[in-house]
Design a protein around this ligand. Structure first.
Ligand code: C2E
Ligand code: MG
Ligand code: MG
Length: 590
C-alpha cells in the first residue's frame, strides 16, 4: 500500500473500493506455481499477495488476512480444496468471499462439484497470464460493485451503518493495541422530520446530501482531526440512517480535542442551506461516547452514545453532550474559559508582572522577567500555566503575545522616562510564536513604536521548543539576534538539549529549571546536575540564572558554586509594575 500500512491492520471493507489494493490469497501446495502467479499479478499491478502452501493452515490464514479473493487449488495433500471451499461457504465471515478455483481445464466432473460447493469462477492450469488477470479483474469488479451497494449509502455516498460498524470494530481493536482512546460522535439533525414533512421528501433528500457534504468537508479539512498521515486513522462521516450521522475519532489523547471536533461540526451548520427557492436553517444535537471509558463492548458504546445524543436533544438541541457527566462538566468549564479568554484583552483583564533577577554578589537587581497574569474576575487570577496552553490551542497566542510585547515595551519606556536604571527585560515566547514567520516583523514594529533599545529586550524560549526543530530554530534565533535582541533558554535541563547544538545557538543565557533547585542542597543528584550546568555555562561563556530560588540555603549553594544570578521568591515574587519600580529604587540605591 502506498501509505506503508500493513494491510492486515486495515479494515477489510476499506480495501474493497480500489480493486488494485485488493488482497489476493492463494492456497496451493506448489510454491513455484504460486511464485509465478505472484509475479504475473505484480506485473498487472496487484501487489498484495499472500501465498499459503500448507492447506491445513488455509482457514486460519483466511481469518488472519481476510483477503478480497481466494485462489484455491483443488488437489492438495491432507486437506484438499473441496474441503476448504465447503468450510469457507459455511462460515458466516467468509460466506460471500469470491473463490477462484484452479483446475485442469478438461475435468468436467471436478468443475461441477466445485460449482456445487460454491466456487465463483475457474482458472485453468497451466495458468495463462491474460486469463488470470481477466478473471481476477471481473471478480473484483463485481465484488467492488456489491460492496458499494452493501456498504455505502446511495443518497449521500457516505459509508453506511454496516461499514461504520466494521470501522468501529477496527477502531476499538486499534485502541486496544495502542492503549489509546477512541471516540464516537453521533450527529443527529434537529427537527429534520419537520422539514421533510413540510417541504417533501425530494427537498429532504437534497438537504441530506448537502448536509453530508458539509459534514464531510468539515472533517476532511480539519488538520486538527486528521492529524495523522496514516490513512486508516483519518476520520470520516458515516450515515447510520435517516437523519443520523456518525464520526469515529482515533487516538484521542485529550477530551478537549473531542469537544473541539463537536464544536466544529456544530458550527458547520450555521450557514443556511439553499434548495430551490428555500432557505433552510438546521442545527445538530451531538452525543459523544469514549472507548473504553464509556463501554468496552460495541453494543454498550452504541447504546451510550445514543443516550448522550438524547441528553443533547433534551438540553435544547444545537449542542453536544458527553455520555459521562464529569466530562460534560469539564467541557462546559473549558468552553467558558475559552470564551472568557477571548475577551480578556478587550476587558483589560491581562496584566504584566515583573519578577526581579538579582545578582548574587551585590544583591542588586540586574534584570527582570515579564510574567503575564489574567484577572478573570475580582477574586480569581488565573495562572499563565493554565491559560497559555489554551490560548495556543485557540490560535490566540499570537495576538496575545503581541499584546504582551507591546505592553512590556511601553512599560519599559515609561520607566526609562521616569529615570529608572536601564534594566534588561525578558519576555517569554511560546513555541507557536517562535515558529510564526511574522515574529521578527512584529518585534521590529513594537521596538520602533516604543522607541525601545533592542539591547534591553531578551526573549526566553523553552529548551523543548528549540530542540523540536533545530534547523528552523537556529535560523529564527539568528534573525532575532540580527534585530539586536538577546536570547535565553528557559527551563534548561528539562528539554534534552544536544550539547553540540547548544554550542552553535546564538544565545546569551541559560535558566536552570526550578525542578533542579527545589531540593537543593540536600539532594546529591540535583546538586551534581546544577554544578554540571554551572560548569557548562562557564565553558560556553553563557550567563546563568537559577529559577525558583526560595530559601537561603539554596541561594548560598548557588552562590558558592558560582551561579551568578538568582530569580525566585527568596528575593521577590513577581510584582506589579509600580511595586517593581519601588523594589528597584530600594535595592539599587543602597
Ligand atoms: P517560566 O517562564 O519558567 O516562569 C517562571 C515561573 O516560576 C513563573 O510562574 C514564576 O512566577 C515562578 N516562580 C518564580 N520564582 C519562584 C519560586 O521561588 N517558587 C515558585 N514555586 N515559583 C516561582 P508563572 O508566572 O506562573 O508562569 C508560568 C509559566 O507560564 C512561565 O514559566 C512561562 O512558561 C509561562 N508564561 C508566563 N508569562 C508568559 C508570557 O507572557 N508569555 C508566554 N508565552 N508564556 C508565559
Ligand atoms: Mg521564563
Ligand atoms: Mg522557567
Amino acid at each position: 500500500m502506498s501509505n506503508g500500512v500493513n494491510n492486515t491492520e486495515q479494515s477489510v471493507l476499506e480495501r474493497s473500493r480500489k480493486p488494485h489494493d485488493s488482497l489476493i490469497m492463494m492456497v496451493d501446495d506448489e510454491p513455484i506455481l504460486m511464485a509465478v502467479i505472484q509475479e504475473l499479478l505484480n506485473e498487472a499491478g496487484y501487489n498484495n499477495f499472500k501465498a499459503v502452501k500448507d492447506s491445513t493452515q488455509a482457514l486460519d490464514k483466511l481469518e488472519e488476512y481476510r483477503p478480497d479473493v481466494l485462489l484455491l487449488d483443488l488437489v492438495m495433500p491432507e486437506v484438499d480444496g473441496f474441503e476448504i471451499l465447503r468450510s469457507v461457504r459455511s462460515n458466516a465471515d467468509t460466506r460471500h468471499l469470491p473463490v477462484i478455483v484452479l483446475t485442469s481445464s478438461s475435468d468436467a466432473a471436478t468443475k461441477l462439484k466445485a460449482l456445487e460447493l460454491g466456487a465463483t469462477d475457474f482458472l485453468a492450469k497451466p495458468v495463462d497470464s491474460s486469463e488470470l488477470v481477466l478473471r481476477l479483474r471481473n471478480t473484483l469488479t463485481v465484488k467492488a460493485y456489491q460492496d458499494q451497494l452493501a456498504y455505502y449509502d446511495t443518497l449521500t455516498g457516505l459509508p453506511n451503518r454496516t461499514l461504520f460498524m466494521d470501522r468501529l470494530k477496527w477502531a476499538l481493536q486499534h485502541a486496544d493495541r495502542t492503549r489509546k482512546s477512541a471516540a464516537i460522535l453521533n450527529i443527529n439533525l434537529d427537527r429534520f422530520k419537520n422539514i421533510n414533512d413540510t417541504l417533501g421528501p425530494r427537498i429532504g433528500d437534497a438537504l441530506l446530501a448537502q448536509i453530508a457534504s458539509r459534514l464531510t468537508d468539515c472533517i476532511r479539512m480539519d488538520a486538527y482531526i486528521n492529524y495523522s498521515d496514516r490513512a486508516e486513522l483519518s476520520s470520516s462521516v458515516s450515515r447510520l440512517g435517516g437523519d443520523e450521522f456518525s464520526v469515529i475519532l482515533h487516538e484521542v489523547s485529550r477530551v478537549e480535542n473531542t469537544s473541539y471536533v463537536a464544536r466544529r461540526l456544530t458550527q458547520s451548520m450555521i450557514d443556511p442551506f439553499y434548495i430551490d427557492e428555500h432557505e433552510i436553517f438546521l442545527t445538530t444535537s451531538i452525543g459523544i461516547a469514549l472507548y473504553p471509558q464509556d463501554g468496552r463492548e460495541i453494543d454498550e458504546l452504541m447504546k451510550n452514545v445514543a443516550v448522550a445524543t438524547e441528553y443533547a436533544k433534551q438540553h435544547g438541541r444545537n449542542n453536544y453532550q458527553f455520555y459521562s457527566k464529569e466530562l460534560n462538566a469539564m467541557s462546559e468549564e473549558r468552553l467558558k474559559l475559552e470564551t472568557d479568554l477571548r475577551k480578556a484583552i478587550e476587558r483589560g483583564q491581562l496584566e504584566i508582572y515583573y519578577q526581579p533577577k538579582i545578582e548574587g554578589a551585590s544583591g542588586k537587581v540586574s534584570g527582570m522577567e515579564a510574567l503575564i497574569r489574567w484577572h478573570r474576575s475580582e477574586d480569581n487570577t488565573v495562572s499563565p500555566a493554565d491559560f497559555i496552553p489554551v490560548a495556543e490551542q485557540m490560535g490566540q497566542i499570537i495576538p496575545m503575545g503581541n499584546w504582551i510585547l507591546n505592553e512590556v515595551c511601553r512599560q519599559h519606556r515609561e520607566w526609562m522616562m521616569d529615570g529608572m536604571d536601564p534594566l534588561k527585560v525578558s519576555v517569554n515566547v511560546s513555541g507557536y510564536q517562535f515558529s510564526d514567520k511574522d515574529l521578527c516583523n512584529s518585534l521590529r514594529i513594537v521596538l520602533k513604536e516604543h522607541n525601545m533599545d533592542a539591547a534591553s529586550l531578551m526573549l526566553e524560549i523553552t529548551e523543548s521548543v528549540l530542540m523540536g526543530d533545530v534547523e528552523g530554530s537556529m535560523q529564527t534565533m539568528h534573525d532575532i539576534k540580527g534585530l539586536g535582541l538577546s536570547l535565553s533558554i528557559d527551563d534548561f535541563g528539562t528539554g534534552y538539549s544536544s550539547l553540540s547544538y547548544l554550542k552553535l545557538f546564538p544565545i546569551e543565557e541559560l535558566k536552570i529549571d526550578r525542578s533542579f533547585i527545589v531540593d537543593l542542597p540536600d539532594s546529591k543528584s540535583d546538586a551534581a546536575i546544577v554544578r554540571a550546568i554551572i560548569a557548562l555555562a562557564d565553558g560556553l561563556e553563557l550567563d546563568l540564572v537559577a529559577e525558583g530560588v526560595e530559601t537561603e540555603q539554596q541561594m548560598r549553594f548557588l552562590n558558592e558554586n558560582g551561579c551568578g544570578t538568582i530569580q525566585g521568591y527568596y528575593y521577590s515574587k513577581p510584582l506589579t509594575a509600580d511595586q517593581f519600580r519601588q523594589f528597584v529604587l530600594e535595592r539599587n540605591a543602597a
